[in-house]
Design a protein around this ligand. Structure first.
Ligand code: ATP
Length: 297
């Protein structure tokens, strides 16, 4: 049975006269990676700050079955987070930060070692944070979010400032933690990044949840094309159109594959009409376009 780790109901927030969030509701189920997608200014950070009681808001937030409010937020003890830039003390080392943040239980030292190893922090963990690059600081912030092995981890644009290797490492680490049961809520405006990570998607637009879907569903909506070069492209495009295929370009020929269309049937239609095929390629539609189409619906 699914277990709800985070439940957000009718979350609203205004900054002066500007309403940044309008009755936002969604759930995060245990062990899922949930992506919060939206353009700049859509309200992602505000949602995360409200969940973490960093700002006052209206609505109901329940974490691990416990109501969490601005003044009563014991449930946040089991939540790790990185919001915007990590708050750091420049003259302390990375290890000092971890020691400060780590809960004083018997396995404290071991947890610190684990997070240093998992995030490959060893080369600079004993240096003052003052000298860290943006990416190193970001990794430090993620380490602080993970060091207490919380059940729910909230990460606001976690790939910011990370190089391709560190991005890949973080993705793998998030997946590893997920396999151990951790739930993640991750925001990003870089859709490709969430594509490789998130299973559930919450699309935010102008402070509202405009869609809740799964990555699987979104990818299924994505369009697929067959790009063909033949010995007589113009005639071949005509033959395909006459046979009911959706031809979107002529040289080379681009055919949109709908659910019932198979590559074999497209090729057979051409060869049986005496067209010789010189090249065949698959092309996937734009993932970002799928989201934009969704926003327009
Ligand atoms: N402290 C604040 N005072 C006034 N307006 C704010 C404040 N914080 C956020 N806003 C406004 O609320 C809206 C949502 O901002 P938010 O930072 O949550 O968006 P976002 O989706 O996280 O964007 P980005 O991807 O750029 O970080 C924006 O219009 C922003 O200008």
């Amino acid at each position: 049975m699914e277990e709800t780790v985070l439940s957000v109901r009718r979350l609203s927030k205004s900054f002066g006269r500007k309403q940044a969030l309008h009755h936002v509701s969604f759930d995060c189920q245990a062990g899922r990676i949930v992506g919060l997608i939206g353009a700049n200014g859509a309200g992602k950070t505000t949602i995360m700050k409200a969940i973490l009681s960093l700002i006052k808001s209206q609505g109901d937030i329940t974490i691990n079955g416990q109501a969490s409010t601005f003044n009563h937020h014991a449930a946040l003890a089991d939540v790790g987070a990185l919001i915007e830039y990590p708050g750091i003390y420049p003259f302390l080392s990375g290890r000092d930060h971890l020691k400060l943040f780590a809960r004083p239980t018997a396995d404290k030292v071991q947890r610190i070692q684990t997070v240093i190893r998992d995030l490959h922090l060893a080369p600079y963990i004993d240096r003052r944070v003052k000298g860290y690059s943006l990416g190193m600081r970001q990794k430090m912030g993620i380490a602080l979010a993970l060091v207490n092995q919380p059940r729910l981890v909230i990460l606001d644009e976690p790939m910011n400032g990370l190089d391709p290797q560190a991005t890949k490492d973080l993705r793998e680490l998030i997946k590893k933690k997920q396999a151990q049961g951790t739930t993640f809520l991750i925001s990003s405006h870089i859709l490709g990044e969430l594509q490789k990570l998130a299973e559930d998607l919450i699309v935010i637009d102008h402070g509202r949840v405009v869609h809740q879907t799964t990555m699987q569903e979104l990818l299924a909506r994505n369009q697929h094309f067959l790009v063909l070069t033949t010995d007589q492209d113009l005639r071949a495009a005509g033959i395909l159109a006459e046979n009911g295929y959706l031809v979107t370009a002529h040289a080379p020929i681009r055919v949109q594959l709908r659910a019932a269309d198979t590559v074999a049937a497209v090729l057979k239609t051409l060869t049986s009409n005496g067209v010789s095929i010189e090249d065949v390629q698959h092309e996937d539609g734009d993932f970002e376009q799928s989201i934009l189409d969704m926003l327009r619906e």
